[in-house]
Design a protein around this ligand. Sequence first.
Ligand code: TUI
Length: 315
Amino acid sequence: MFENNAICKLLNIKYPIFQGGMAWIGTAELASAVSNAGGLGLIGAGHMPPDVLRAEIQKCKGWTDKPFGVNIMLMSPFVKEVMQVVIDERVPVITTGAGNPGEYMPALKEIGTKVIPVVASVALAKRLVRAGADAVIAEGTESGGHIGEITTMALLPQVVDAVDVPVIGAGGIGDSRGMAAAFALGAQAIQMGSRFVLSEECIAHENYKKLVLKAKDRSTVVTGKSLGHPARIIANKLSRKYEEMEAAGASAEELEKLGAGSLHRATHEGDVENGSVMIGEISGMLNDIKPVKQIIEDIVGGLPTVIESIQGNCK
Ligand code: TUI
């Protein structure tokens, strides 16, 4: 399976499955587990200072001999230094999020690092492919955390039509049906974040995982629209406070202050009422915590049945 898959060939991986590079919880533990299971694990650099990222990369190198990557969050105050770390460490793949990585592409390309930006629009996908992106991740608004506006269903085929590099579908994918659907829309790989939050290897606090297990289809809300960086989180005390302040015309500074440190509060301190529990809209169908290897094998193993069922419906 997947011997001819363009992403598997490009990155030398067994399964065309990326782990979303999640800030604070996309650690070497999770990334190495995904890579060891045949997917592409990613260390989520988030707001990590450069020395912390370097240590995380070195841990990951010690735990897997398979390709892995780093996701660079372009809103990080350390973005320049973090780029230098991935260059020094010769990380084979980088994905980027929450912005336009155009200015960093020449230096990364020069050392042969594969650059795979997350895009939320056709325009940015085209621009980055012209700048040398090896593939693009088309991420729909169903995702958790920082998001764009267009759904995966609408965005993915439009990006596929607009570029001549492989496209990875992301947003709202958590099982074999989602993977088959992304492939039907023209993706050659998928990226999942939420599904891997509910893995044994993910270091998120148990309160975070428990809340995701309880979540239903309408449990998430989008905060931060007025600041220009919308984020999908589970509705809680923090999101209600945010909405109240936004409605009362709070300043950007006041809203930023409310959000500061809120992800760590949820992922590490387990305060899921006053912290940001970033998760995608599929959390309602995530009902178990499994080892990463089982998550990946269940999805790949379930594909033939989904495809047969599609064929059955077309007869
Ligand atoms: O980056 C993500 N998801 C994230 S990053 C993150 S860390 C964070 N922590 C606290 C507050 C805010 C963020 C949590 N979740 N996904 C990739 C992604 N990128 N989604 C949407 C985009 C995007 C949006 C606009 C990419 C490019 C873009 O274009 C901007 C431009 O300059 O054209």
